[in-house]
Design a protein around this ligand. Sequence first.
Ligand SMILES: [Zn+2]
Length: 411
Amino acid sequence: MAIQNRLCPEPAQETLLLEHCAHARFVWNLAVEQQSWWWPGRGSAPAHYERKRQLTEARATEPWLAAGSSSVQQQALYDFEHAMAAFFDKDNPRGRPGFRSKRGVQGFVIRDMKIRRLNRRWGAVFVPKLGYVRFRWTRDLPAKLGMARVTLDRAGRWHVSFPGPQPALDRQSTGAVVGIDRGVRTALVTSDGQHYRAPRISDRRAARYVALQQRMARQRKGSAKREKNRLAMARVMARVTGRRKDWAEKVSTRLVMDHDLIVFEKLNTKGMTRKPAPKPDPDQAGNFLQNHARAKAGLNRGILASAWGRLATRTEQKAAASGAAVVLVDPRFTSQQCRVCGHIAKENRESQASFLCVECGHADHADANAAKNILARGLALSVTSAQAPGPWGVCPRKPAQAAAGTTRSAA
Ligand SMILES: [Zn+2]
């Protein structure tokens, strides 16, 4: 969790900020390269103190590097250590730290924090070798300031973010519980039957994005026009991303304010974002037609998937800070299972939108039925629950003795 504010450097400061980014990227990439030379049996890659010593040496021979801030460069090494530690973390493994590109998100870390408040809307943060840089004080900073990360995103916007714990929401325990399903039309449907629609990319904007993408494919790599094109694409996406984040913040706050227990499906988000399938040309074997509609659908699918992921993460963070609980359950068959009799069949799903049980005739909105199943599974898992979900509350595939037992004793 980090508080992110928009950084507004003067043009002269921006040049220096970009230099800091370049130094941090250079040091990081050097560390990645050293690490890539390592394999089992070859001795260990340099440890942190050894890398730090090498950095000092490099600064002595490279005037370009020496002109930069040593604290920014050292911090890039710490950054790399953290990324490696996360990579080796068995409980929560991350991807292997890779090379950072000039074209990706740029950034560096400031270690010794000095902050000034200029007025209600503006603050300034001290950047080594550069002095104070102004930022918009739109969100309150964490009470304890450790460090800050300065970033330049692909749409050309600077931000400064301050890591800190998630502040607790001002809420009273409500005793209410809710299950949440990923809807087909809307982003999510609650077990109370409420629909929340996630932002999508508009047709006009999607068409522009796809057109830019196709134009870029024809442009020469490294040309100024291609760079301009890339920036235009990033700006379109930045708008959508901004709306998606805002949506996730609002809905997660609402969910945590109103409920003591929130149940989500455990999701494999990787499997959810698929590229649009290529459309083969019927006249020429081996050729493929341009696929505009599919490209648009693909964009929206990606946006919905990331909106969903972000919502679940933010809800978990806010709940943990505010005395509510989030439970993740197995999503298998939640959309095919009857909420009333527990019968599982593909035929239960009468259409995309409606559910009709072939066994007992129970009819419901398909997503709401799934959300109720998810809630029941969550209640079965959570020992604190006071409501009994019935024997089909637990996942049918799991050996459910223990879970079923707890639900019955809770009843
Ligand atoms: Zn039924």
